[in-house]
Design a protein around this ligand. Sequence first.
Ligand code: FES
Length: 173
Amino acid sequence: MEAKRTKMLDDRTRDEIRALFPRYPSKRAVTLPALHLVQERLRCVPYQAMAEIAEVLEITPAEVHDTMSFYGFFPQAPIGDVRMWICRSLSCMLRGGDELLEHACHRLGIEPGQTTPDGKLTVEYAECLGICDYAPAALADDGRIFGPLDEQRLNEVIEELKAGPVEPAGKSS
Ligand code: FES
């Protein structure tokens, strides 16, 4: 007899996805917000979770995968407590963004896209973050932005981020 697979999306998450239905023209249109919801909850969207999102939305896993792979924002393995992107697009690159990414990774003993062994911080590169005024800039997934950065300020930022995420400003409850 085949063992029953444990579900990755609990009832609360499924209900929260369904609660989005009235706000969108179709269930398929809920794909992106559902991915964000699952990403926030699991810190990743593994294949099984992707298939379960498809089940809730009554579409195929391939359709969820299409959206997921288009954005490149949803890792399939768990990420750190805080995810940091260091920009490597033109304005930041001209002001040392690439070197700062290298510096951060070297300091943490990881490669871009990896998470520190203590699970506290994931460092990734990003294309323009939309904060070129702060070049060279970085963004944390709790909404904090940093810049202009130099190596010393980046070291401080790394320590701030390793202390854990902060509640986004203005977020209630
Ligand atoms: S180029 Fe780095 S934020 Fe725009």
